[in-house]
Design a protein around this ligand. Structure first.
Ligand code: ZN
Length: 283
C-alpha cells in the first residue's frame, strides 16, 4: 500500500514516527504550517519556522525515504494577533519556493473579522502564485463555519477545484461536496473522525476528490491513521485501486496542481543539512 499523508505536522513528531510511517507504506507527506501551541510574538518566529519546513524537515524525512513538501500561511488562530499579521506581507517571497505546494492552512478558528481579512488575502495570494489552498474548517460550530468558508472561497479568484476543505465530518461533507472543493478528512485516535466512520463516508460520498490525513501533531494523534483507513477500506470490501486512489492518487493530483510535487527522494542518507548533522557525535 503506497500512502501520501496530505496533512501532518512532523515538526512535533519523532524519528520513530518517521520509521513507523515508512514501514506502514508512507512515501510522501505534506506538512502545513500551523500554530505551535505556544503563541508567537513576532513575524521573525514564523520565518524561522517556514525555513525549517523548507530545509530541515525535508532533510529529516529524506533519512527515512519519505518525500516532504509543505504549505505556508499565517494560521487562522494567530491571524487575530496584530503582532503576527505582518507575516502576510512577507509570504510572497516564501510562496515562490520549490517545496511549497499550497497556501495553508488558512480558514477560520473563531470566525473573527481579522480571520476574514487573513483568509481572503491568502486565497488571493494562492491565486496570484498559481498555488492551490489548504483550508482548515473550524472544530467548533462546524457547519456555520463551513458555509462562511465556502462563501469566501466563492467570492475569491481561486476556483473551488483548487481548494481542499479539511477536517470534514458527516455534518459538513455534503456542503463541501456541493461546493466543488476537494474534501479532506482528518482521522484521530478517539475523537472526531475515526477510520470506520471514514469508510462509511466513502461508501456514501465516493472516493473522488477525497483525501485522508492523520493531522498528527503535538496533541493526541496517530501518524499511522492513514494506513488504518486503507486497512479498514479493504476489510469493508473496497478494492486496492480504491485505496490507492484515496491514499495516493488523490493527494498527488491535488498538490500536483502546484506543478511542484517531486515524489522521488534524493539521497536518503545524506549526513548533513547546511552543515548540521542529526547523527549523534556528527558535526
Ligand atoms: Zn493541521
Amino acid at each position: 500500500m503506497r500512502i501520501f499523508d496530505p496533512h501532518i505536522h512532523m515538526t512535533s513528531r519523532t524519528t520513530d514516527d518517521y520509521q513507523a510511517m515508512y514501514d506502514a507504506g508512507v512515501r510522501a507527506l505534506v506538512e502545513p504550517s500551523f500554530w505551535l501551541g505556544q503563541p508567537r510574538t513576532s513575524p521573525a518566529s514564523f520565518f524561522d519556522y517556514f525555513d525549517a519546513l523548507l530545509g530541515w524537515e525535508p532533510f529529516r524525512a529524506s533519512q527515512y525515504g519519505i518525500a516532504h513538501h509543505c504549505t505556508l500561511a499565517l494560521n487562522p488562530k494567530e491571524a487575530n494577533d496584530p503582532r503576527c499579521t505582518p507575516v502576510l506581507d512577507e509570504l510572497p517571497r516564501y510562496l515562490v519556493k520549490d517545496n511549497v505546494v499550497a497556501v495553508g492552512e488558512i480558514g477560520y478558528d473563531s470566525m473573527t473579522p481579522a480571520e476574514d481579512t487573513a483568509l481572503a488575502a491568502q486565497l488571493q495570494l494562492a491565486a496570484d502564485h498559481g498555488l492551490p489552498a489548504l483550508v482548515h474548517t473550524p472544530h467548533r460550530d462546524k457547519l456555520t463555519g463551513l458555509h462562511r468558508t465556502i462563501d469566501v472561497i466563492h467570492e475569491s479568484d481561486l476556483p473551488p477545484d483548487r481548494v481542499l476543505l479539511d477536517h470534514l465530518n458527516e455534518t459538513t461533507v455534503e456542503a463541501a461536496t456541493d461546493s466543488g472543493c476537494w474534501r479532506g478528512f482528518s482521522i484521530y485516535p478517539d475523537t472526531k473522525m475515526d477510520e470506520d466512520r471514514m469508510v462509511a463516508v466513502l461508501r456514501t460520498y465516493g472516493t473522488e476528490k477525497v483525501l485522508v490525513n492523520s493531522a498528527a501533531d503535538w496533541g493526541k494523534s496517530d501518524p499511522l491513521k492513514t494506513r488504518a483507513v486503507g486497512d479498514a477500506m479493504l476489510k469493508a470490501g473496497f478494492g486496492e485501486d480504491d485505496v490507492d486512489q484515496v491514499l495516493w492518487r488523490n493527494p498527488v493530483a491535488f498538490y500536483g496542481l502546484s506543478g511542484r510535487l517531486r515524489l522521488d527522494v534524493d539521497e536518503p542518507r545524506q549526513p548533513t543539512h547546511e552543515g548540521n548533522s542529526i547523527l549523534r557525535g556528527g558535526a
